[in-house]
Write a protein that binds this ligand. Sequence first.
Ligand code: SF4
Length: 405
Amino acid sequence: MSTTNALRTIDMIRRAGKTADAYRTAQHAVREAHDEHGAAQAQLHHRRDPMPAMGGTGRASPLLAAVQEHRKAEQKVRKAEARLQRAAAAVQAHRPALNRYPTEHNRHRATTVLLDRLADHPVDLIRAADLVIIQTSSGKDSLVAMHRTVAAAKAAGCLHKVRVMHCDLGSEWPGVPDLARRQAEHYGIPFLLVTPDGGFLGMVENRLMWPDAKRRLCTSTLKRDPTGPVITTWVRELGLDRQAIVLNVLGVRGAESASRALKARLALDTRTTSANRLVLTWNIIHGLSEQQIWHDIASNGLEYHPIYDTGLERLSCVYCVLAGPDWLILATRVCFALELPHPKTFAELEQRIGHSFKQNFTLNSIVAAARILDALDGPITWRRGDAVRRHLGPAAADQYLALTR
Ligand code: SF4
């Protein structure tokens, strides 16, 4: 099956699934409307019967109400039946996919198999796509994801399809947005900086709460939500008279966590996909180890953020709500060494809103612990290239420094 046909099939299965859902919902609505209709009819008869015997006008108002109820119920039945008819017509239109992959389980399985095969052929995938968006944090994984996407796009002769977007929450380490821009410019790719209103600290201040692992509003509201409108604008700019194929590249690796390990290399983004765009999330570096990431960076002389040289393994927000105490203490000591205002700003905010940064400890206690360690051991220091040195050894670091001098 060609890449384009596989993509068409994936969308047909998606539409068939939606149709089956709509059909089920319509059936349910018809059943409910019939029940309501029956109840209204019973009420009407109940109101009508005593009328002649009573012979009075005192019952006119309840009868009127019952008649109105009955009419409303009849209307509901008509509407629900019309909906069911429309859903049934849609089922007919998607009959091939529904016949071939009749259950939800089978549709999911068929989609997964097709996506998995497509992920094996990145060059063909990019050729078939209309737009390739790299969402970068400017961290090491995003950097290698960008490098590999660009390599595949060049091999496909499709670099013009690639664009980069970076979401600036205002709580990252200094220089992150500029680095993201430089990394995109290095490959000659258009770059878009998105700055959500209020950023991370504004969101915390408004909610009077820090996000946590269960309610990661920082990623869902501030990072994921702005992506939809950007895709809409870019797809509109393409001016296609058919559904656009959009690849949304993320620097997600399976080795990072158990939940990430479960993610697929290529997945259908059902939230963002619509009639005019089929959006696939492409975790292009999903199978790479941390060592391989550093190898790609070092051997290609790619510019990484100096924060990695301090011993911090992730380029996240300065204070990430998912980080453990050791990581946060180290981040605080790096802030001290760089004379950054973050420890004070975050600790003051924590006190002001009266909500602890983490469930088991406060940020104020982290800052205090970092002060004690600095007093005992002195400020922490690092050298350029330490991240490569740590992961690949001194020779690789020397080579990297020579390449990027
Ligand atoms: S780095 Fe941490 S705190 Fe920042 S947005 Fe991501 S999960 Fe939230």
